[in-house]
Write a protein that binds this ligand. Structure first.
Ligand code: PMT
Length: 408
């Protein structure tokens, strides 16, 4: 599942909102991802942005008319919906939402939606008063009952100079929901805990001990798990990355904070993956005020941090899967196998950190996966693809659903 969008037929319905221009960038990005994008515009959408823009960006004709004399267009209202892998309506006005909620089919877009059996994603965008009106609220409830995914609008200043809910959500978020709709839902029903990033062990208000972890590997695992239907909590040390859409982010700083957060959440989870690079030691003393350089003791006294994964291994419930990571610079298989056994893990991903393009900070990775049944070297690839391959392995290890870890 290296690129979920490649070759997928995505119908994008654009309706008459000022936010329509933003969707041009979305179409362009999907075309770069090699998706086959067909844009359907309502007549009022064409007042905000020209069909030619979408045609140029998607590389396909744009449909605006329900009835066309052109032979290849006579059944557009059926064929577009029938062939789609997913239908995305963005921006969706209050008017189109009302029509969809009530099964109207008076233009090409609403007809296409009725004719499709693919998933439908709706991104409402409108003035916040219109969005909060009981009629719109009710119609959105109806859309959800019909099985459509409605992505909540963002909050902020709108074109009408009012502030509130109603802005078109950001593309990064919508793209994740699209990816989810196009992915196998083999983690559906699983509550998943992922850890990521470094921990920071403070010395004084200005200084800390830490490591090079950027969080990229852990965030990729969280993103991939959400796409595959998991309910994901991400416990992260300091990182500049944004939280992936649909993921519950718990931010921590120190190893002790991570210990508390992880042990609290792990009780409810069927799978725990620990990609975080937890500091093994912390300064024995944390100074309240910045220590002047002339007063700094050049010998730093350290004390042990708790080993979170070791503790999870001791507390592992029947049916719960525990996956560790190991950052190693030599004897990968030997060191990984030792950690697999010592920490009572089901699987461990061993990272070679002696190479720049794998491990810390890199966009790419190559890990050795070790379980009780042996070792397998995954290919050198992006961290997102590495995450997918790790989830493939986790899925193969999951107990039958009846035996899932007792959650709660
Ligand atoms: O964040 P990136 O820049 O993308 O880099 C990714 C990564 C290299 C950090 C990641 O792929 C990785 O290898 N993470 C594990 C790093 C690590 O701390 O390895 P370790 O061998 O020291 O620890 C083994 C396991 O025990 C890890 O799962 C770790 O989370 C866990 N551990 C370690 C110490 C501790 N006190 N508590 C723990 O839970």
């Amino acid at each position: 599942m290296q690129n979920v969008f490649a070759g997928k037929k995505i119908v994008i319905g654009v309706t008459g909102s000022i936010a329509a221009f933003k969707v041009a960038g979305w179409v362009s990005d999907l075309a770069k991802e090699e998706a086959l994008v067909s844009v359907v515009m309502t007549p009022s959408a064409t007042k905000f942005i020209a069909p030619l823009t979408f045609a140029a960006l998607s590389g396909n004709d744009v449909s605006t008319e329900m009835f066309s004399a052109a032979k290849e267009d006579t059944m557009a209202h059926i064929s577009l919906g029938r062939e789609a892998d997913i239908v995305l309506i963005a921006p969706a006005t209050a008017n189109t939402i009302a029509k969809l909620a009530n099964g109207f089919a008076d233009d090409l877009l609403t007809t296409t939606v009725l004719a499709t059996r693919a998933g439908v994603l709706v991104c409402p965008a409108m003035n916040s008063r219109m969005y909060s009106h009981p009629a719109t609220r009710q119609n959105i409830v109806k859309l959800k009952e019909l099985g459509y995914t409605v992505i909540d609008p963002a909050c902020g200043m709108m074109a009408c100079k009012e502030e509130g809910d109603g802005r078109l959500p950001e593309w990064e978020e919508v793209k994740e929901y699209l990816a989810k709709s196009l992915s196998p839902q083999d983690l559906q029903g699983q509550r998943i805990l992922v850890t990521a990033g470094p921990t920071r062990e403070p010395l004084d208000p200005a200084r800390f001990l830490s490591n090079r972890s950027s969080g990229k590997m852990g965030y990729a695992l969280a993103r991939s798990a959400f796409r595959r239907g998991g309910a994901v909590t991400l416990v992260s040390g300091p990182s500049t990355l944004s939280c992936p859409a649909g993921v519950n982010l718990v931010k921590v700083q120190t190893a002790v904070e991570m210990y508390d957060a992880v042990l609290d959440h792990a009780r409810h989870c069927s799978v725990v993956i620990k990609a975080a690079a937890v500091a093994d030691y912390r300064p024995e003393k944390m100074y309240e005020h910045k220590v002047k350089k002339e007063h700094i003791d050049t010998r730093l006294i350290l004390e042990r941090n708790p080993d979170i994964l070791l503790e999870l291994g001791k507390r592992k419930k029947a049916g719960q899967l525990l996956v560790g990571f190991a950052a190693e610079s030599k004897n990968l298989r030997q060191e990984g196998t030792k950690k697999l056994h010592n920490k009572n893990l089901d699987l461990i991903a061993v990272n070679d950190i002696s190479v720049d393009r794998t491990g810390f900070e890199a966009e790419t990775n190559q890990v050795l996966l070790i379980s009780a049944s042996g070792a397998e070297s995954l290919p050198y690839t992006s961290k997102l693809h590495t995450a997918d391959l790790i989830w493939d392995r986790v899925v193969s290890l999951l107990p039958a659903s009846a035996e899932k870890a007792e959650q709660g």
